[in-house]
Ligand binder design. Structure first.
Ligand code: FPP
Length: 283
Protein backbone atom coordinates (compact mmCIF):
# COMPACT_ATOMS: atom_id res chain seq x y z
CA UNK A 1 0.00 0.00 0.00
CA UNK A 2 1.52 3.34 -0.95
CA UNK A 3 0.53 5.28 2.17
CA UNK A 4 2.60 8.42 2.37
CA UNK A 5 5.54 8.15 4.73
CA UNK A 6 6.21 11.73 5.77
CA UNK A 7 2.93 12.15 7.63
CA UNK A 8 4.41 13.61 10.79
CA UNK A 9 6.17 16.32 8.78
CA UNK A 10 2.98 17.05 6.86
CA UNK A 11 1.02 17.26 10.06
CA UNK A 12 3.32 19.88 11.49
CA UNK A 13 2.91 22.23 8.54
CA UNK A 14 -0.41 23.36 7.13
CA UNK A 15 -0.54 22.04 3.59
CA UNK A 16 -3.00 22.17 0.76
CA UNK A 17 -5.21 19.14 0.08
CA UNK A 18 -3.54 18.69 -3.27
CA UNK A 19 -0.19 18.29 -1.52
CA UNK A 20 -1.56 15.77 0.99
CA UNK A 21 -3.16 13.79 -1.76
CA UNK A 22 -1.51 14.00 -5.16
CA UNK A 23 -4.52 14.07 -7.50
CA UNK A 24 -4.40 11.38 -10.17
CA UNK A 25 -6.89 13.13 -12.45
CA UNK A 26 -8.39 16.53 -13.14
CA UNK A 27 -11.64 15.39 -11.48
CA UNK A 28 -9.76 14.51 -8.26
CA UNK A 29 -7.89 17.83 -8.32
CA UNK A 30 -11.15 19.79 -8.70
CA UNK A 31 -12.80 17.92 -5.84
CA UNK A 32 -9.76 18.38 -3.60
CA UNK A 33 -9.83 22.11 -4.26
CA UNK A 34 -13.46 22.20 -3.08
CA UNK A 35 -12.74 20.30 0.13
CA UNK A 36 -12.26 22.28 3.35
CA UNK A 37 -9.69 20.31 5.43
CA UNK A 38 -11.08 21.86 8.63
CA UNK A 39 -14.59 20.50 8.08
CA UNK A 40 -13.93 16.86 7.34
CA UNK A 41 -15.91 14.26 9.30
CA UNK A 42 -14.40 13.13 12.60
CA UNK A 43 -15.69 9.66 11.95
CA UNK A 44 -16.69 8.24 8.58
CA UNK A 45 -18.61 4.96 8.62
CA UNK A 46 -19.10 2.93 5.45
CA UNK A 47 -21.53 0.17 4.50
CA UNK A 48 -19.62 -1.50 1.67
CA UNK A 49 -22.35 -3.05 -0.49
CA UNK A 50 -22.58 -4.42 -4.02
CA UNK A 51 -19.62 -6.78 -4.36
CA UNK A 52 -21.87 -9.63 -5.52
CA UNK A 53 -23.70 -7.49 -8.09
CA UNK A 54 -20.41 -6.11 -9.38
CA UNK A 55 -19.23 -9.68 -10.02
CA UNK A 56 -22.55 -10.81 -11.52
CA UNK A 57 -22.46 -7.93 -14.02
CA UNK A 58 -19.12 -9.28 -15.22
CA UNK A 59 -20.24 -12.94 -15.21
CA UNK A 60 -17.70 -13.62 -12.48
CA UNK A 61 -18.18 -15.61 -9.26
CA UNK A 62 -19.31 -13.54 -6.26
CA UNK A 63 -15.95 -14.02 -4.57
CA UNK A 64 -14.29 -12.04 -7.40
CA UNK A 65 -16.46 -9.13 -6.26
CA UNK A 66 -15.14 -9.48 -2.72
CA UNK A 67 -11.54 -9.48 -3.98
CA UNK A 68 -12.26 -6.30 -5.94
CA UNK A 69 -13.95 -4.96 -2.78
CA UNK A 70 -10.70 -5.29 -0.84
CA UNK A 71 -8.96 -3.10 -3.43
CA UNK A 72 -11.65 -0.42 -3.03
CA UNK A 73 -11.27 -0.62 0.77
CA UNK A 74 -7.53 -0.07 0.39
CA UNK A 75 -8.07 3.12 -1.66
CA UNK A 76 -10.59 4.48 0.86
CA UNK A 77 -8.33 3.69 3.85
CA UNK A 78 -5.33 5.30 2.17
CA UNK A 79 -7.29 8.41 1.16
CA UNK A 80 -8.82 8.89 4.62
CA UNK A 81 -5.42 8.45 6.28
CA UNK A 82 -3.85 11.02 3.95
CA UNK A 83 -6.66 13.47 4.69
CA UNK A 84 -5.99 12.92 8.42
CA UNK A 85 -9.50 11.72 9.23
CA UNK A 86 -9.47 10.67 12.89
CA UNK A 87 -11.65 7.59 12.45
CA UNK A 88 -12.93 5.32 9.65
CA UNK A 89 -15.24 2.34 10.24
CA UNK A 90 -15.86 -0.30 7.56
CA UNK A 91 -18.71 -2.83 7.79
CA UNK A 92 -16.99 -6.00 6.58
CA UNK A 93 -19.14 -8.88 7.92
CA UNK A 94 -22.46 -8.77 9.71
CA UNK A 95 -23.97 -11.30 12.10
CA UNK A 96 -26.52 -11.96 9.36
CA UNK A 97 -23.80 -12.77 6.79
CA UNK A 98 -23.43 -16.29 8.26
CA UNK A 99 -26.61 -17.09 6.28
CA UNK A 100 -24.61 -16.96 3.03
CA UNK A 101 -23.38 -20.18 1.37
CA UNK A 102 -20.63 -21.79 3.47
CA UNK A 103 -18.09 -21.46 0.64
CA UNK A 104 -18.63 -17.68 0.47
CA UNK A 105 -18.37 -17.32 4.26
CA UNK A 106 -15.15 -19.36 4.26
CA UNK A 107 -13.78 -17.20 1.46
CA UNK A 108 -14.58 -13.98 3.34
CA UNK A 109 -12.84 -15.29 6.47
CA UNK A 110 -9.77 -16.25 4.41
CA UNK A 111 -9.86 -12.81 2.80
CA UNK A 112 -9.77 -11.09 6.20
CA UNK A 113 -6.68 -13.12 7.21
CA UNK A 114 -5.04 -12.49 3.85
CA UNK A 115 -5.84 -8.77 4.15
CA UNK A 116 -4.28 -8.52 7.61
CA UNK A 117 -1.16 -10.43 6.56
CA UNK A 118 -0.59 -8.27 3.48
CA UNK A 119 -1.66 -4.83 4.71
CA UNK A 120 -0.75 -4.78 8.40
CA UNK A 121 2.89 -3.68 7.89
CA UNK A 122 1.73 -0.62 5.89
CA UNK A 123 -1.07 0.12 8.36
CA UNK A 124 1.43 0.01 11.23
CA UNK A 125 4.08 2.02 9.37
CA UNK A 126 1.54 4.76 8.79
CA UNK A 127 0.67 5.03 12.46
CA UNK A 128 -2.89 3.72 11.92
CA UNK A 129 -4.51 1.94 14.84
CA UNK A 130 -6.59 -1.08 13.87
CA UNK A 131 -9.65 -1.91 15.94
CA UNK A 132 -12.13 -4.70 15.28
CA UNK A 133 -15.67 -4.48 16.63
CA UNK A 134 -18.25 -7.26 16.80
CA UNK A 135 -18.61 -10.64 18.46
CA UNK A 136 -14.99 -11.68 17.83
CA UNK A 137 -15.25 -14.65 20.18
CA UNK A 138 -17.58 -16.34 17.66
CA UNK A 139 -15.18 -15.99 14.74
CA UNK A 140 -13.05 -18.95 13.62
CA UNK A 141 -10.13 -19.29 16.05
CA UNK A 142 -7.42 -18.44 13.49
CA UNK A 143 -9.24 -15.24 12.44
CA UNK A 144 -9.72 -14.23 16.08
CA UNK A 145 -6.02 -14.77 16.76
CA UNK A 146 -4.89 -12.73 13.74
CA UNK A 147 -7.22 -9.90 14.76
CA UNK A 148 -5.97 -9.90 18.35
CA UNK A 149 -2.34 -9.84 17.11
CA UNK A 150 -3.06 -6.99 14.68
CA UNK A 151 -4.82 -4.92 17.36
CA UNK A 152 -1.98 -5.55 19.81
CA UNK A 153 0.66 -4.61 17.23
CA UNK A 154 -1.00 -1.29 16.37
CA UNK A 155 -2.35 -0.46 19.85
CA UNK A 156 0.10 2.40 20.48
CA UNK A 157 -0.36 4.06 17.08
CA UNK A 158 -1.72 7.57 17.35
CA UNK A 159 -2.93 8.27 13.80
CA UNK A 160 -6.23 7.35 12.17
CA UNK A 161 -8.32 4.68 13.87
CA UNK A 162 -9.37 2.07 11.33
CA UNK A 163 -12.32 0.17 12.77
CA UNK A 164 -13.39 -3.01 11.01
CA UNK A 165 -16.85 -4.30 11.95
CA UNK A 166 -16.63 -8.08 11.76
CA UNK A 167 -19.35 -10.44 12.96
CA UNK A 168 -21.07 -7.21 13.92
CA UNK A 169 -24.74 -6.39 14.53
CA UNK A 170 -26.06 -3.12 15.98
CA UNK A 171 -28.80 -4.74 18.08
CA UNK A 172 -26.37 -7.39 19.34
CA UNK A 173 -23.97 -4.58 20.32
CA UNK A 174 -26.75 -2.91 22.34
CA UNK A 175 -27.70 -6.22 23.98
CA UNK A 176 -24.02 -6.78 24.87
CA UNK A 177 -23.81 -3.26 26.32
CA UNK A 178 -26.94 -3.73 28.45
CA UNK A 179 -25.69 -7.08 29.73
CA UNK A 180 -22.30 -5.56 30.59
CA UNK A 181 -24.11 -2.86 32.59
CA UNK A 182 -26.28 -5.47 34.35
CA UNK A 183 -23.16 -7.49 35.25
CA UNK A 184 -21.59 -4.34 36.68
CA UNK A 185 -24.73 -3.63 38.73
CA UNK A 186 -24.95 -7.20 40.08
CA UNK A 187 -21.25 -7.50 40.87
CA UNK A 188 -21.19 -4.21 42.76
CA UNK A 189 -24.69 -4.36 44.28
CA UNK A 190 -25.56 -0.99 42.77
CA UNK A 191 -29.31 -0.93 43.46
CA UNK A 192 -29.63 2.78 42.67
CA UNK A 193 -27.82 2.47 39.32
CA UNK A 194 -29.31 4.39 36.40
CA UNK A 195 -27.89 4.58 32.89
CA UNK A 196 -27.85 7.78 30.87
CA UNK A 197 -26.87 8.18 27.20
CA UNK A 198 -23.19 8.52 28.06
CA UNK A 199 -23.25 5.33 30.18
CA UNK A 200 -24.70 3.41 27.24
CA UNK A 201 -22.13 4.87 24.80
CA UNK A 202 -19.37 3.89 27.22
CA UNK A 203 -20.46 0.24 27.11
CA UNK A 204 -20.63 -0.07 23.32
CA UNK A 205 -17.83 -1.68 21.29
CA UNK A 206 -17.09 1.85 20.06
CA UNK A 207 -16.55 3.33 23.55
CA UNK A 208 -14.17 6.27 23.34
CA UNK A 209 -14.68 6.82 19.59
CA UNK A 210 -16.59 9.82 18.26
CA UNK A 211 -20.02 9.06 16.78
CA UNK A 212 -19.91 8.87 12.97
CA UNK A 213 -20.87 12.18 11.42
CA UNK A 214 -21.06 10.71 7.93
CA UNK A 215 -22.42 7.32 6.89
CA UNK A 216 -21.82 6.24 3.30
CA UNK A 217 -23.66 3.32 1.74
CA UNK A 218 -22.84 2.06 -1.73
CA UNK A 219 -25.02 0.26 -4.31
CA UNK A 220 -28.07 2.46 -3.87
CA UNK A 221 -29.81 0.61 -1.02
CA UNK A 222 -31.64 2.92 1.41
CA UNK A 223 -31.08 0.87 4.56
CA UNK A 224 -28.83 1.04 7.62
CA UNK A 225 -28.72 -2.77 7.93
CA UNK A 226 -28.21 -3.01 11.69
CA UNK A 227 -25.01 -0.92 11.52
CA UNK A 228 -23.96 1.30 14.45
CA UNK A 229 -27.63 1.88 15.33
CA UNK A 230 -26.97 3.94 18.45
CA UNK A 231 -23.98 5.82 17.08
CA UNK A 232 -25.50 7.06 13.79
CA UNK A 233 -28.34 8.95 15.51
CA UNK A 234 -27.14 12.26 14.05
CA UNK A 235 -25.00 11.07 11.14
CA UNK A 236 -25.48 12.52 7.68
CA UNK A 237 -26.35 9.68 5.30
CA UNK A 238 -24.91 9.55 1.79
CA UNK A 239 -26.09 6.82 -0.57
CA UNK A 240 -24.38 6.32 -3.91
CA UNK A 241 -25.43 4.05 -6.78
CA UNK A 242 -21.79 2.98 -7.24
CA UNK A 243 -21.20 -0.66 -6.36
CA UNK A 244 -18.52 -1.02 -3.68
CA UNK A 245 -15.69 -2.24 -5.99
CA UNK A 246 -16.33 0.86 -8.15
CA UNK A 247 -16.16 3.21 -5.16
CA UNK A 248 -13.05 5.12 -6.19
CA UNK A 249 -11.20 8.03 -4.62
CA UNK A 250 -13.30 10.39 -6.78
CA UNK A 251 -16.53 8.86 -5.41
CA UNK A 252 -15.22 9.28 -1.84
CA UNK A 253 -14.20 12.90 -2.42
CA UNK A 254 -17.67 13.58 -3.91
CA UNK A 255 -19.25 12.22 -0.73
CA UNK A 256 -17.00 14.41 1.45
CA UNK A 257 -17.75 17.53 -0.61
CA UNK A 258 -21.48 16.75 -0.36
CA UNK A 259 -21.15 16.32 3.42
CA UNK A 260 -19.60 19.78 3.72
CA UNK A 261 -22.65 21.30 2.00
CA UNK A 262 -25.06 19.93 4.58
CA UNK A 263 -26.34 22.05 7.42
CA UNK A 264 -26.13 20.07 10.64
CA UNK A 265 -28.74 21.20 13.14
CA UNK A 266 -28.94 18.46 15.80
CA UNK A 267 -32.58 19.33 16.42
CA UNK A 268 -31.81 23.00 17.02
CA UNK A 269 -31.71 25.93 14.63
CA UNK A 270 -27.95 26.34 14.16
CA UNK A 271 -24.96 24.13 13.42
CA UNK A 272 -23.70 23.84 17.01
CA UNK A 273 -23.55 20.41 18.55
CA UNK A 274 -25.31 20.20 21.93
CA UNK A 275 -23.91 18.40 24.98
CA UNK A 276 -23.90 14.62 24.54
CA UNK A 277 -26.57 13.99 27.14
CA UNK A 278 -29.27 16.34 25.81
CA UNK A 279 -32.46 14.30 26.00
CA UNK A 280 -34.49 16.70 23.87
CA UNK A 281 -32.53 16.20 20.61
CA UNK A 282 -34.59 15.44 17.53
CA UNK A 283 -33.03 15.19 14.05
C1 FPP B 1 -21.10 -6.51 0.38
O1 FPP B 1 -21.25 -7.06 -0.87
C2 FPP B 1 -19.85 -6.69 1.05
C3 FPP B 1 -19.56 -7.59 2.07
C4 FPP B 1 -20.40 -8.72 2.44
C5 FPP B 1 -18.39 -7.41 2.89
C6 FPP B 1 -17.10 -7.86 2.30
C7 FPP B 1 -16.24 -6.69 2.11
C8 FPP B 1 -15.03 -6.74 1.54
C9 FPP B 1 -14.49 -8.04 1.06
C10 FPP B 1 -14.23 -5.52 1.34
C11 FPP B 1 -13.35 -5.08 2.49
C12 FPP B 1 -12.68 -6.06 3.32
C13 FPP B 1 -11.83 -5.79 4.33
C14 FPP B 1 -11.20 -6.93 5.04
C15 FPP B 1 -11.48 -4.43 4.79
P1 FPP B 1 -22.45 -8.06 -1.11
O2 FPP B 1 -21.87 -9.43 -1.20
O3 FPP B 1 -23.49 -7.90 -0.06
O4 FPP B 1 -22.97 -7.56 -2.49
P2 FPP B 1 -24.43 -7.77 -3.11
O5 FPP B 1 -25.38 -7.00 -2.25
O6 FPP B 1 -24.28 -7.19 -4.48
O7 FPP B 1 -24.70 -9.24 -3.13
Amino acid sequence: MCYFRSRTILERFPVKNTELLKPASREEAELLEKLDPKRLPNHLAVIMDGNGRWAEKRHLPRVAGHRAGVKAARVVIETCARLNLPCLTLYAFSLENWRRPQAEVDFLMRLVREYLKRELPAIHRNNIRLLVIGRSAQLPEAVGKDIADAMRQTAKNTGMKLVVALNYGGRAELADAFNAMLDHVRTNGLFAFRADEQTISDHLYTAGLPDPDLLIRTSGEMRVSNFLLWQIAYAEIYVTEALWPDFSRVRLLEALVDFQKRERRYGGLGALRPEHDAHSRRG
